[in-house]
Design a protein around this ligand. Structure first.
Ligand SMILES: Nc1nc2c(c(=O)[nH]1)N[C@H]1C(S)=C(S)[C@@H](COP(=O)(O)O)O[C@H]1N2
Ligand SMILES: [Mo]
Length: 304
């Protein structure tokens, strides 16, 4: 039921199609929209305006049944089977650290914080597969500016919920819990960096990181931490889960880079879920025009 952006001729036509679709969404997701008071009509950015790709989105079934979310198991289908035990309401996210106005935001506030935009982004997993996912959310900078970062805010640390009763995978020692990730402040406030609350026009399913998760489309998927409870601004580079687990395999930056192989496999190509033949992986996952400038002068084989 998605519309290929390639069929779009004008922004006006796209908008009217979105509004048509949104009426459909309103009837199937009326609870969400009713609770939040948020409509999509008129508020959703059209492809091209926001960095969305015009590539065909991956089937919703695959997006919601081929997941990495180790809190619910390590097989790709485990999260879809197990993540129903996640209680996503009530929920809140603490935003603190090097900020003038630290505070906790509850889910209702987050949903109303900024107009929801649709962003159709490629997602490239470090394991060598990829998808195209239509997210709904708003740029992380919208949240960050409300807490007024101080001059010491050089990095941002993201923390997933830690509750082994709800997240049975946390009873295993496969990773150090809670799952944490990090970005430099300029990466975190880049307009492509999204806080997602929905996908395919509906609230995030638990297996995709409900109720709120990070999406950083030019980095390997593991940077996009799910089910966030804390966003902490800091002066020093935060430790991150995958980097601690295997520092020679997963760097802090983790920019998608076909020229730097993983020690155990090539990153030159990827398999788009739903396709048979592999395709070349693009520098910065195809977002080089927007983000390469963040890394000018850096040796990207050293800062991988
Ligand atoms: N908390 C948490 N966040 C996580 C992960 C995880 O295991 N735990 N896996 C990461 C990895 S490796 C990828 S590829 C993406 C997958 O997101 P998706 O399942 O929504 O496609 O989530 C990332 N975020
Ligand atoms: Mo991944």
């Amino acid at each position: 039921m998605t519309i290929k952006s390639s069929e779009i001729t004008t922004p006006e036509l796209y908008r009217s199609r979105r509004e048509f679709l949104n009426r459909g969404i309103n009837s199937t997701a009326g609870l969400w929209l009713g609770l939040t008071g948020i409509g999509f009509g008129g508020e959703v950015a059209y492809a091209g305006e926001s960095g969305s790709t015009d590539e065909k989105p991956t089937d919703r079934e695959a997006v919601t049944h081929h997941n990495n979310f180790y809190e619910f198991g390590t097989d790709k289908t485990d999260p879809a089977h197990n993540a129903h035990s996640l209680k996503t309401f009530p929920w809140s996210v603490m935003v603190d650290g090097a900020v003038a106005k630290p505070r906790r935001f509850d889910l209702d506030e987050l949903r109303k914080l900024a107009p929801l935009e649709e962003r159709i982004y490629r997602l490239r997993c470090v394991e060598g597969w990829s998808m195209v996912i239509p997210w709904q959310g708003f740029p992380l900078v919208e949240l960050i500016k409300r807490v007024e970062p101080t001059r010491n805010a050089k990095y941002v640390e993201f923390t997933t919920l830690h509750d082994p009763e709800q997240m049975p995978g946390q009873k295993s020692g496969i990773l150090d819990w809670p799952y944490t990730e990090g970005l430099r402040i300029d990466e975190a406030t880049h307009p492509l960096t999204l806080l997602a609350l929905g996908l395919y026009g509906q609230p995030l399913p638990p297996q995709n990181g409900a109720p709120i998760r990070l999406v950083v489309p030019w980095k390997y998927g593991f940077k996009s931490a799910k089910s966030l409870v804390r966003i902490h601004l800091t002066e020093s580079m935060p430790a991150t889960t995958w980097n601690r687990a295997a520092p020679s395999e997963y760097g802090f930056y983790a920019n998608v880079n076909p020229a730097v192989d993983h020690p155990r496999w090539s990153q030159a190509r990827e398999r788009r879920i739903g396709e048979y033949f592999k395709r070349p992986t693009l520098p910065f996952n195809g977002y080089a025009d927007q983000v390469a400038g963040l890394y000018s002068g850096m040796d990207l084989s050293r800062y991988f």
